[in-house]
Design a protein around this ligand. Sequence first.
Ligand SMILES: Nc1ncnc2c1ncn2[C@@H]1O[C@H](COP(=O)(O)OP(=O)(O)OP(=O)(O)O)[C@@H](O)[C@H]1O
Length: 260
Amino acid sequence: MSRSPAGPLVTVDGLQVEIAGSRILQGVAFDVPATGVTALMGRNGVGKTTTVRAILGVLPEGGLITGGRIAFDGDDITREAPHATVRRGIGYAPEDRGVFGSLTVAENLTLAERRGAGRPAYDLVHDLFPDLRERARQRAGTLSGGQQQMLALARTLLNDNRLIVADEPTKGLAPRVVRQVAEALRRAARAVPMLLVEQNLAVIRELAQHAVVLDNGRVVHAGSAAELLADRELTTTLLGVGRAAGTPRHGLAAEEDTPA
Ligand SMILES: Nc1ncnc2c1ncn2[C@@H]1O[C@H](COP(=O)(O)OP(=O)(O)OP(=O)(O)O)[C@@H](O)[C@H]1O
């Protein structure tokens, strides 16, 4: 939210990661521009989560960066500890949402406040997600999946973050809720650039300007999201979706648009 570099915000170059001795990423390379939404796509198990976890410094146990480089705003952050990447302003909404179910919405937000990051942006959060203000005293565990996802995004927006990394925020949600979360993501991305791991092509179509596709631990395509989605042959080859990616019949989250 603060500075805006001339070059890419994140550069991943030749990234190699092993987990428990298996090579998971085999030289992943892509840029995240300093504006808009960059979608990180690919079939299940191709290395999307591993890539974002490497950027954040939170590889699972047994995970190791064995080669390559990650830069954030020009600084080398390869193998940097998570507290350091957090301090740089990289906010993370993990796949499991990471909210504390036994705490209230307000307590979840308070816990997310980062010391030294300036005044927490409650105005922005409540402006974008008025529902969370109304539900401030509700336990997060009793929120719907969509509301929990909004809380997870709100936690990243509270601090003066420079990048939001959101991992499959619409996964497992009903189509109506996917639409709500997509709207929440759209609002969040107005405030902060986003690296969005997402498999729902309708969501990507609505939100993303840039697209990076992984397969088998490598980048197999990087470029304009609109161009990728307009190319039926390419989306079929790269993502395994069976029909035109540009035309969901019922708005977002057409199941046909989600690769297996
Ligand atoms: N903790 C772990 N221990 C062992 N192998 C792992 C671990 N985490 C991930 N892997 C393996 O790394 C590979 C990439 O997983 P990753 O979660 O990065 O893929 P993904 O593209 O995010 O998939 P999905 O869409 O299913 O979340 C998979 O083969 C997975 O089995």
